[in-house]
Design a protein around this ligand. Structure first.
Ligand code: SF4
Length: 266
């Protein structure tokens, strides 16, 4: 188990717990939906309660089946989501529904979003992707650049002179090592524009819980590996990144550019 996976375990468990609660609620609600009107439906036609019950049972099992598949995918680490539309339903609708359920029972929003990101990463992990460096993009928030740096790196991160005052220095080193393009976005709109222009097949994104959650959903079906930034100075100001986490993700998913592969192993 990698260090990053170890950190993500408790976050994953929270989401699995919420998925189980959601599944139980669906079954309970389905029963109520069948039971309450069936008392009256029988007055319209004697067969109606049975038909209504059958439709509801099918619907409930489809939803609970989807939830169970998700839990099994997370527990076994295997890609059981062979149907792309099902994966889409999970990322677009089920995750937000689970987040709403968590909020309803008073679970901290950051924790829920961390859980979403950890599970998203697990779902990407189960696909065993290997993407060429040229089709990979490292996407960063502007706040990683130190506040008083006079160089404007949005638009062209290569303008950084690598003075070492912020993590852009180390991240650029990693990007060069793998032969990957790196971009800095000041917000969601610019991030979307960069993705449309560069047309990557995989994004390794660094950001806070909120931006990663919305970014992962916006970018779907594009796989996004989300890495949380560290904020010792408060939100959106001189943030940091654990470089080994980024390097670990790149090693797992990226086929380095040719020049990198040809280098003799040390
Ligand atoms: S490493 Fe130095 S030059 Fe590059 S962005 Fe950070 S502060 Fe600016």
């Amino acid at each position: 188990m990698t260090g990053a996976e170890h950190i993500q375990q408790p976050r994953k468990r929270l989401f699995i717990l919420l998925l189980t609660v959601a599944g139980t609620l669906v079954l309970g609600l389905s029963f109520l939906l069948w039971w309450v009107p069936s008392v009256g439906l029988v007055n319209i036609h004697p067969a109606l309660p049975v038909v209504f019950g059958a439709v509801l049972t099918l619907l409930a099992f489809a939803i609970v089946g989807g939830l169970s598949l998700l839990v099994l995918t997370l527990l076994t680490g295997r890609d059981l989501f062979m149907l792309q539309p099902l994966r889409g339903m999970v990322v677009r609708y089920l995750f937000p529904a689970i987040i709403s359920l968590g909020k309803l029972i008073g679970i901290d929003r950051d924790m829920l979003q961390q859980s979403f990101i950890a599970l998203n990463n697990q779902l990407v992990h189960t696909r065993h992707l290997r993407v060429p460096a040229e089709r990979t993009l490292i996407l960063l928030p502007h706040c990683i650049q130190t506040f008083d740096c006079a160089i404007k790196i949005t638009g062209d991160v290569e303008k950084c002179v690598r003075c070492g005052k912020c993590d852009i220095h180390g991240l650029l080193g990693l990007a060069h090592k793998f032969g990957i393009e790196m971009a800095v976005a000041t917000g969601g709109t610019l991030a979307r524009k960069i993705i449309v222009e560069k047309r990557p097949k995989l994004i390794v994104a660094v950001a806070c819980e909120r931006d990663l959650t919305s970014g992962i959903r916006d970018a779907y079906p594009l796989p996004v590996v989300g890495i949380l930034n560290k904020r010792p100075n408060g939100p959106c100001f001189n943030t940091h990144i654990l470089l080994p986490e980024v390097e670990q993700a790149l090693k797992e998913y990226v086929i380095p550019a040719l020049a990198e592969q040809e280098k003799p192993q040390t």
